[in-house]
Design a protein around this ligand. Structure first.
Ligand code: PLP
Length: 398
């Protein structure tokens, strides 16, 4: 086969991918087309909250596909009503709009805030976001993101997203003007390398936004649906945002996302928002099956326990190899390597059959399935330990 006809060439080049082709997944494991098994601590970037192809999701998808796939968002369907009601019952929000990706949910949040500004705040439209933040890859969500690599791309960006610094309330205050309608942030900056907003900062931000009549938007696309040991991260802080977006884990592996808002903020009028596949019963049925499992108190406690166990094991590795801090919450953790060796560690771990993620040159991020077993954490730690020993030896030689 020539290079031009190789199947990889039929896809647009959007990222560097290892040459393996995955054909099967089960729980914490993936298999490629040569039969090699990989232990997965990325899980589709924190998407497969119940692991690969969980029976609960696979069965409900098969059953729903035979009953009703999509009647059009112009009509109600039972699966989306059921999931919307469950999300409202489990959260501090009153209304849900379903989307197909996190970026689309965030676009919806941005539009909803701007609509609110047009109706209630004299046309205020600016949304204060944060340096290092990540909200997606549509033009508006790239503009809202504070990822430095995005800065030169696809100019001109969408305007109206001044950037504050995480955990620096004064930097938020400085940006507030009569044009401001909202503040939007990830409670833990995931793509930036797992940098948590402190609970105190989040509480003060809630007070500040309330005092200034501004909306507080939580992007819980990575932190929501049990990832941090509570169903939603805002519960740790005991505050109620006005708007929240969900994605990733909500579908347990299928494309589903959601925009949630309080009644007072749910101001879309007919024609403002929509989308062909939004709220289709196939994805919503999967989302309901996921929520039923993840929202159970015992399940959330097991996530918190597994998170503490993983954190403890990573701290042990850090001491053994003289690395940096372990940060994050629940099963969204990062290990600071202090030196830019993360990409090389990811490649070596891949060769050894473990999938790890390097969001930054000097940090590894861990986002296993929420039902990851202790033995699987042990296997990953053993692999990382061996890679770090090799890397340390190589650094001493170099
Ligand atoms: N917001 C956050 C916090 C994310 O982590 C991501 C994806 O990594 C997104 C938004 C975008 O979600 P999607 O890739 O589904 O569009």
């Amino acid at each position: 086969m020539t290079n031009a006809t190789h199947p990889f060439k039929a896809l647009m080049e959007i990222t560097a991918r290892p040459p393996a082709v995955f054909v099967r997944g089960e729980g914490s494991f993936l298999w490629d087309d040569t039969g090699k098994r990989y232990l997965d601590f990325i899980q589709g970037w924190a998407v497969n909250c119940l692991g690969h192809s969980p029976p609960a999701v696979a069965e409900v998808l098969a059953a729903q596909a035979q009953r009703l796939i999509t009647p059009s968002p112009a009509y109600y369907n039972d699966a989306s009503l059921k999931l919307a009601k469950a999300l409202v019952d489990q959260s501090c929000f009153d209304r849900v709009f379903f989307a197909n990706s996190g970026a689309e949910a965030n676009e919806g949040a941005i539009k909803l805030a701007r609509k609110y500004g047009a109706l209630h705040r004299n046309g205020a439209h600016e949304i204060i976001t944060f340096e290092g933040g990540f909200h997606g890859r549509t033009l508006a969500t790239m503009s809202a993101s504070g990822k430095t690599a995005f800065a030169p791309l696809f100019e001109p960006k969408v305007s109206g997203f001044p950037k504050a610094r995480l955990n620096d309330l004064a930097s938020v205050k400085e940006l507030i003007s009569d044009k401001t309608v909202a503040v939007m942030l990830e409670p833990i900056q995931g793509e930036a390398g797992v940098w948590p907003a402190t609970d105190q900062f989040l509480r003060e931000l809630r007070e500040l936004t309330r005092a200034n009549g501004l909306l507080l938007i939580f992007d819980e696309i990575q932190t929501g649906i049990g990832r941090t040991g509570k169903l939603f991260h805002y519960e740790h802080v005991e505050i109620a945002p006005d708007i929240m977006t969900l994605g990733k884990g909500i579908g347990g592996g299928v494309p589903l996302a959601a925009l949630l808002a309080t009644e007072a903020v749910s101001c879309f009028e007919h024609g403002d928002q929509g989308g062909t596949f939004n709220g289709n019963p196939l994805m919503c049925a999967a989302g309901f099956a996921v929520l039923q499992q993840v929202a159970a108190p015992d399940f959330l406690k097991s996530v918190a326990d597994a998170g503490l166990y993983l954190e403890g094991e990573l701290k042990r590795l850090s001491v053994r190899h003289a690395l940096g801090e372990v940060r994050g919450r629940g099963l969204l953790l990062a290990l600071d390597l202090k030196v830019p060796i993360a990409a090389s560690i990811v490649v070596q771990a891949f060769d050894d059959g473990v999938l790890l993620n390097a969001p930054q040159p000097n940090a590894l991020r861990f986002m296993p399935a929420l039902n990851v077993a202790r033995e699987e954490i042990g296997l990953m730690i053993d692999c990382l330990d061996a890679v770090l020993i090799r890397t340390g030896a190589a650094r001493r030689v170099a």
